[in-house]
Design a protein around this ligand. Structure first.
Ligand code: 13P
Length: 278
């Protein structure tokens, strides 16, 4: 069942847990993630970042993601992750995405507010949920360029939420996209301070490599959506390598379910942690 992301954020708050937002880049990832959601009876978010559309075009991915969500036996939201342009955000909405993220976190604070307000104005006409980011999450969804992590300022977060009327706020608390070289030292003091000054559900990016204990603590401090990308892409690639490395004549019809199953296992593992977050 395709649902607005806002509904899943409400579900997460009511159950003291977080909803998993799982990035997908092909059919096997969509099949694997939705199967995990159905098998565990848990709502999820299927998402794709604007920068990933160079590899996985929106006109192919969007109908598949929306269709999979509509047919799923559990509630599924379809989300544009790290939207960078209003054009792409409008396109995703036209394809039936039920939420969009605008990432203007590298712009000056006032500009981030202004652009987020613009997206909220457009999205609200379609009942589409809006996520935005304040502070700078490390790494970069879609390329290898590194930029510095800059923790979200709680006072700015309060103003940002009040002035933009957004539905979900992605925070920077020492988290980064991609594989961490070592377990990150997350700033739970900052997260607690942000949670104290706003009722807006909070989002944790860079989920790959964060420990189960850290996930649980983050959830207890207001995180209601957690993004997982790299772990699923890596699981799929490893499954493909394992399979092609062990048989003499690899065939697609065995490879495809092997990749979907690997993504399913990763999504299932994270769902387990996110649901029992309290
Ligand atoms: P990871 O690739 O670190 O799991 O991050 C996912 C993410 O935050 C996508 O926006």
């Amino acid at each position: 069942m395709l649902v607005p992301m806002k509904e899943l954020l409400g579900w997460a708050a009511a159950n003291n847990c977080a909803v998993g937002a799982f990035s997908v880049g092909n059919m096997e990832m969509v099949i694997g993630a939705v199967a995990a959601a159905e098998e565990t009876g848990t709502p999820i978010i299927l998402q794709i970042a604007e920068k990933r559309l160079a590899t996985s075009p929106l006109h192919l991915m969007a109908p598949m993601m929306v269709s999979a969500a509509k047919r799923a036996g559990v509630p599924v939201a379809v989300h544009l992750d790290h939207g960078l342009t209003l054009g792409c955000i409008r396109e995703a909405i036209d394809f039936g995405f039920t939420s969009v993220m605008l990432d203007c976190s590298l712009l000056p604070f006032e500009e981030n507010i202004a652009k987020t307000r613009e997206v909220v104005a457009v999205a609200s006409q379609y009942g589409v949920t809006v996520e935005a980011e304040l502070g700078v999450v490390g790494g970069n969804e879609g390329d290898t360029a590194e930029h510095k992590i800059l923790c979200t300022d709680p006072a700015q977060a309060a103003r940002f939420c009040a002035e933009t009327n957004l539905d979900a706020l992605a925070v920077a608390i020492g988290n980064a996209h991609g594989n961490y070289p070592v377990l990150p030292a997350l700033r739970f003091d900052v997260l607690e301070a942000i949670d104290r000054v706003t009722d807006v559900p909070l989002v944790l990016h860079g989920g790959t490599g964060i420990s189960d204990e850290q996930f649980r603590r983050a959830i207890s401090l207001g995180i209601r959506k957690i993004n997982i990308a790299t772990a699923s892409f890596d699981a799929l690639a490893a499954a493909a390598k394992d399979y092609t490395g062990t048989v003499e004549k690899p065939d697609y019809f065995t490879l495809s379910p092997a990749m979907a199953n690997a993504v399913n296992a990763n999504v299932t593992r994270h769902i387990g942690v996110f649901r029992n977050g309290r």
